[in-house]
Design a protein around this ligand. Structure first.
Ligand SMILES: Nc1nc2c(ncn2[C@@H]2O[C@H](COP(=O)(O)OP(=O)(O)OP(=O)(O)O)[C@@H](O)[C@H]2O)c(=O)[nH]1
Length: 874
């Protein structure tokens, strides 16, 4: 053992005055009475620790890692420890006899180091404890409230029972009295008591029982859950949660309720059932919500799902179960939508999709007023080259008074002329094709048809067709026997031939006016106009003149400078500049109105054609137009119509019929595949058909027999065909009932045959359809540019000579320079002597304006071509 150290010795060792050391020892909590007292090694270490702390020694980084190093005690006799370093303390070296270094130093150091961690942990634990305490307090409080409430209920119940008991007693007593058991003297007061009981006790008892029940609902709420043993459990589960809001609590409580019943839950359930459940507790709706959804002609699956408050996928699934394949974005038709809605347990209503249209109709109806006579609208029909265009041109040229002297009339699709007998409007698109196209779109524009028959040619196929069209449309005819100036003209022949078409001239006892004319010389033209006016008078054509206008689009185009331009024929009301109108799927405000002379007009009345500027887009000819109060309605109607049109298109595209599949496939690139399922009566036929049909495959199309077999067509065959979009070939076999159902539902194409060659022929045809069409180009005319004029109104206009074929205004063109295409586009204008024309033939001069191209140069060629579709065959 080492020798003992006194204070004096230690003071000498550490080079400190004895008094100071004694003082320090005393400060370190080790008071010594004198310098000769022995200082133990523990005391020395303690002193060292004290001195370190009091001098604020900062441990070196190395020391910080390991506790024993901090004290740096080891077994060497002399260990230098830098204690001071601070002010005044200087550098102190301590020699330590190491005996118990391990027990003290590490713990102290560790305690020093761990302090902040411990603090943090303590803080967390404290908070947790607080939170737990709060929860417990709250639960206790709630339990207290519940207990009070239960006590109150119990009290009320007891009171009610007591009241009932007393009433029963009173009743029993009363009956005893009635039976004479009670002494007579008591009778009156007893009855009195009984009566008073029944009034004062029994009566209030009833409502009390009710009120007793009412509060019984309340504890079903969230805090009902925290009462009792299980709630204590739960409380401790939540105890670690710092903040548990009321809503959280309610949520958790509700969640807990969903767990399998345990503990006293069945009791709770019974109680709840008895009391009718808590008013404030969440209750899952017991009956499914039946929604009423309005469905229009078509609806997208997504929209339907939204209306049904379901996920799109669920509706898709339901549709799939019904055998309808549709994606979320696809539109389904009304009937399918109704079926799936009902399948899903909801109610489908016919959508009032037309409500904006109704508003529009109301607008049209509002235009009712006093009807006045209106001009007739005339269409000219007849066989090719019989002089329809010549007649229209002659009337326009001679009867439409041009604005400027020498000016020309504009081709706007229609024009009106003033005669002595009144105004007549002509639709400037001759031929029955245009007429029937309008009719097909539901537009009945024409009041009178002028049938042009060349006197030298007589009745021809198109003459007959024109008669049929006019008759079908119940439009009266006037026959214009044209080319009467010609030497071989034979008007009588025309009259006779038309008898065969049941068109009987007045002189033959019929009611059809015949007028002999010459579109070349103008002979008989006035008589023709007279005949039209007479016919119009007979028809007593009237229309409301005042009020908002409506009518039909005759022609439309997109003008480079003016935007969408539509020629409309007003059928009722007066169309004015500034009017808001809806026009097919377009809408807008009338910016300007132009007549056939190209002059601005302030308004257009019934039967008067007029060009309209200001529409949002180019409407289709045959579209109706209606003037409305405000732009909003116009926009709504137009947008709804547009959406409807798009939806209908989508529905048509989504069709699962063979034609659609083929059409869709036909438009693809590369080798197409035609899938077939072949069923036949005997094995030999199946073999023969398989070989013959697959042998039809070419580079462009592959005939793929995806299924074949002997026997009738089964449901499985039908499903296979449906899923792989295949056609079923039934050779001497038929489909059974379940197969027919699948075939019908999915629109599978099924074809029956009994002759092998017929099968091959038909498949060839179908395959040809699949091959699609080939677009071929044919150059129909070439014009050479001789000179180029620049006009501020029309831009560059090329003065040309047509050197080949015919240049047509509405066909695509290319501008060629040194046999190289420099531009491809379309014609803006095609004119002859300042007059717009539809076509210019070989050897004729003309002025050409190329749309969106101003760089035409003399020497260029303008080639006019058309694209024709040629069906490909195998
Ligand atoms: N002599 C004579 N020729 C006429 C008369 N009317 C038209 N023609 C000529 O007949 C030819 C055909 O006339 P169009 O007006 O183009 O006949 P269309 O019926 O409009 O012909 P398509 O537009 O092809 O259907 C032209 O060369 C006219 O000059 C007429 O009254 N007398």
């Amino acid at each position: 053992m080492s020798q003992q150290t006194t204070i004096r010795k230690l003071a000498a060792l550490v080079n400190t005055p004895v008094e100071k050391l004694l003082e320090q020892l005393a400060e370190a909590g080790m008071p010594f009475s004198g310098p000769d007292q022995v200082v133990t090694s523990i005391e020395k270490v303690k002193l060292l620790g004290f001195l370190k702390r009091s001098h604020g020694k900062v441990e070196s980084a190395d020391d910080a890692g390991e506790a024993p190093k901090k004290i740096t005690l080891n077994r060497s006799r002399k260990q230098e420890i830098t204690v001071g370093g601070g002010k005044g303390a200087g550098k102190t070296t301590v020699d330590v006899v190491v005996r118990k270094k391990i027990t003290l130093s590490p713990r102290d150091a560790a305690a020093d180091k761990a302090a902040p961690v411990t603090d943090e942990r303590a803080e967390i634990l404290r908070k947790l404890e607080e939170s737990r305490q709060r929860n417990l307090d709250e639960q206790r409080r709630l339990a207290e409230t519940d207990k009070q409430r239960a006590d109150e209920q119990e009290r009320i119940r007891r009171e009610a029972e007591e009241a009932a008991r007393q009433k029963a007693e009173a009743d029993a007593r009363a009956s005893l009295e009635a039976a004479g058991v009670v002494p007579d003297g008591d009778e009156a007061p007893a009855r009195k008591v009984a009566t008073s009981h029944s009034h004062s006790q029994a009566k209030p008892a009833a409502p009390r029982v009710e009120t007793a029940r009412a509060p019984a609902h309340k504890p079903r709420g969230s805090h009902a859950m925290v009462a009792g043993v299980e709630d204590d459990d739960r409380a401790s589960r939540f105890a670690g949660q710092m903040h548990l809001s009321a809503s959280d609590r309610a949520r958790r409580s509700t969640g807990a309720r969903g767990k399998p019943a345990g503990g006293n839950r069945p009791r709770r359930g019974t109680e709840q059932a008895r009391t009718g459940g808590g008013k404030h507790a969440f209750e899952r709706p017991t009956a499914p919500v039946v929604r009423e959804v309005a469905i229009g002609e078509t609806i997208t699956v997504a929209d339907l799902a939204q209306k049904l408050a379901m996920k799109g996928g669920e509706v898709v699934k339901a549709l799939f179960k019904m055998g309808v394949m549709a994606t979320i974005t696809q539109s389904i038709d009304h009937d399918t939508a109704v079926l799936v809605t009902e399948e899903l347990g909801h109610v489908a209503l016919k959508a009032d999709a037309d409500n904006v249209e109704d508003a529009l109709l109301a607008h049209v109806e509002e235009t009712q007023g006093e009807k006045v006579v209106r001009p007739p609208v005339v269409t000219i029909m007849g066989h090719v080259d019989h002089g329809k265009t010549s007649l229209l041109d002659y009337i326009r040229r001679t009867k439409v008074v041009s604005g400027e002297a020498g000016g020309i009339t504009q081709h706007i699709g229609a024009y009106h002329v003033e005669t002595d007998r009144g105004v007549i409007s002509f639709l400037d698109t001759p031929g029955h094709a245009a007429f029937s196209a309008m009719r097909a779109r539901g537009a009945k524009l024409t009041d009178i048809v002028v049938l042009v028959v060349a006197a030298d040619d007589g009745v021809k196929p198109q003459t007959k067709e024109a008669v049929q069209h006019a008759k079908a449309a119940k439009v009266p005819l006037i026959v214009a026997i044209n080319k009467i100036d010609k030497s071989d003209a034979d008007p009588l022949r025309v009259k006779n031939e038309l008898l065969g078409e049941e068109v009987v001239a007045e002189e033959f006892g019929g009611d059809t006016q015949f007028v002999e004319i010459s579109a070349k010389t103008g002979q008989g033209i006035d008589a023709l106009l007279d005949a039209i006016s007479i016919q119009a008078e007979l028809l007593e054509l009237t229309a409301v003149r005042d009020g908002r206008a409506n009518g039909v689009v005759i022609e439309s185009s997109l003008d480079k400078g003016r935007g969408p331009v539509a020629t409309v024929l007003v059928q009722a009301g007066t169309l004015k500049k500034g009017d808001y109108l809806v026009c097919g799927v377009q809408y807008g405000r009338v910016r300007a109105l132009f007549d056939e002379r190209g002059e601005q007009v302030p308004e257009a009345t019934p039967s008067i054609p007029v060009q309209v500027l200001g529409l949002s887009g180019v409407p289709d000819s045959g579209d109706d137009f209606v003037v409305v109060d405000d732009e909003r309605l116009a926009k709504d109607v137009a947008q709804q119509r547009d959406a409807k049109r798009r939806e209908s298109r989508l529905v048509a595209q989504a069709g699962n019929r063979m034609e659609d599949i083929l059409a869709q496939m036909g438009s693809g690139e590369g080798q197409q595949t035609l899938n077939l399922v072949v069923k036949a009566d005997v094995h030999g036929s199946v073999q023969a058909l398989r070989e013959a049909l697959t042998g039809l495959s070419t580079d462009a199309i592959r005939i793929n027999v995806i299924g074949s077999g002997v026997g009738g067509i089964t449901e499985s065959d039908a499903t296979l065909a449906s899923t792989s979009k295949a056609t079923i070939i039934g050779f001497n076999v038929r489909a059974d009932a379940s197969a027919r159902k699948v075939i019908e539902t999915n629109g599978v194409d099924l074809r029956y045959f009994s002759i092998i060659y017929d099968v091959i022929d038909q498949v060839k045809q179908v395959a040809s359809g699949l091959l699609g069409v080939e677009i071929r180009e044919e150059i129909i005319g070439i014009a050479e540019v001789r000179d180029v004029f620049r006009s501020s109104k029309f831009g560059a206009v090329a003065g040309c000579m047509v050197v080949e074929g015919v240049v047509k205004r509405n066909k695509p063109i290319r501008v060629l320079r040194d046999n190289t295409v420099v531009f491809e586009g379309e014609l803006e204008s095609l004119r002859r002597f300042k007059e717009n024309v539809d076509e210019v033939r070989n050897g004729t001069e003309c002025g050409i304006g190329v749309k969106a191209y101003n760089d035409v140069k003399p020497g260029d060629q303008i080639e006019c071509f058309e694209r024709i579709e040629v069906a490909r065959t195998l």
